[in-house]
Write a protein that binds this ligand. Structure first.
Ligand code: PLP
Length: 338
């Protein structure tokens, strides 16, 4: 992408900075399938410590991280409870069913993205040969940019303990949640048996996610990572980018959240219907019939938007959008005559 473009489609579009590339080029490496890559090991140890888990596993993507977690928690004929719009249900190609014979039980979300715990409890199947065995509850935080309320997480944990379920977090943007709530990531992670975090979203690393869990769970996940083709060799070059991101790009997430708030305010002032703003995401509703011309108008001004559906657009702030970029977005939008 030419530098002049401002890409608001996602926070996955960030490119490694010069300093990150230098750290990657200098990385000490080894064969990670043998467990011998010192930089991968350092990344895994660091995140395990920060999030309060025994063990961690570096994987190529968030999708694979969630997949190997599901495969480690559940066997064939088991079931996980999950939001009907959750990434782990809707956007991962049905991998757990395809590869693990694991049945999803999708549940409706409340308006804040939580899964009402009475509905969760009602969906737990009795121990009976007619039913899949309900093993796991999966949550997602942030949810469409929104950090989950801490009290909800504690209640979900208590329910899982009472009913013998494991609890997994798709924490693709866990660091955004922690920064927004001004708590250590550990405070959120401590409710879960396993947590997946993405380094390649707002944190700005080019590739990679990490799954956290007990030593036994991560040993299972490591096996599934190999089976699913995710065992990488001198992956320390990638892990070095992730370590650089953890050193330099966590606190600055607050800047993205601040710019998202300013973008929401500026668009509101232009008369645009802003339907929500949480952490680094702004949601707007435009006339469905004018979406295509808006996207085209903005692209001509060097601003890339995802067309969404039915006029609902998601604008995502990240490392590669600074104040000058933000101004260009607002100026370009102000010039749209839809
Ligand atoms: C991006 C994302 C993932 C998956 O990450 P990939 O690296 O793109 O596979 C999982 N969950 C959520 C909520 C995400 O936003």
């Amino acid at each position: 992408m030419p530098v002049e473009c401002i890409d608001l489609r996602s926070d996955t579009v960030t490119c490694p900075t010069d300093a990150m590339r230098a750290a990657m080029a200098a990385a000490e490496v080894g064969d990670d399938v043998y467990g011998e890559d010192p930089t991968v090991n350092a990344l895994q140890d660091r995140l395990a410590g920060e999030l309060g888990f025994d063990a961690a596993l570096f994987v190529p993507s968030g999708t694979q991280s969630n997949l190997v977690a599901l495969l480690a928690h559940c066997a064939r004929g088991d079931e996980y409870l999950v939001g009907m719009d959750a990434h782990t249900y809707k956007y991962e190609g049905g991998g757990a069913a395809v590869l693990g014979g694991i049945q999803p039980q999708p549940l409706a979300h409340a308006s804040d993205g939580t899964l009402p715990l009475d509905a969760v409890e009602a969906a737990i199947k009795p121990d009976d040969a007619h039913f899949a065995r309900t093993r796991l509850l999966c949550l997602e935080n942030t949810w469409h940019g929104r950090p989950m309320p801490p009290g909800y997480l504690a209640d979900a944990r208590a329910l899982c303990d009472r009913r013998g379920l494991a609890l997994h977090l798709d924490g693709a943007r866990l660091f955004n949640a922690a920064v927004a709530q001004d708590v250590p990531v550990r405070d959120i992670a401590r409710h879960f048996d396993s947590v997946s975090v993405c380094l390649s979203k707002g944190l700005g690393a080019p590739v990679g996610s990490v799954l956290l869990g007990s030593a036994a769970l991560i040993a299972q996940a490591r096996r599934w990572r190999k089976v699913t083709g995710g065992g990488m060799r001198q992956a320390g070059m990638l892990a070095a980018g992730a370590l650089h991101a953890l050193d330099h790009h966590v606190d600055r997430l607050a800047e993205d959240h601040d710019r998202a708030a300013r973008l929401a305010a500026a668009l509101t002032a232009l008369g645009v219907e802003v339907t929500g703003q949480h952490t680094n995401m702004v949601f707007v509703q435009v006339a469905p019939a004018s979406t295509a011309s808006l996207v085209e108008h903005m692209a001509a001004a060097g601003v890339w938007l995802s067309p969404g559906s039915e006029g609902k657009l998601r604008l995502v702030l990240h490392l590669d959008v600074d104040d000058a970029g933000l101004k260009r977005v607002v100026d370009a939008w102000a010039g749209f005559r839809g």
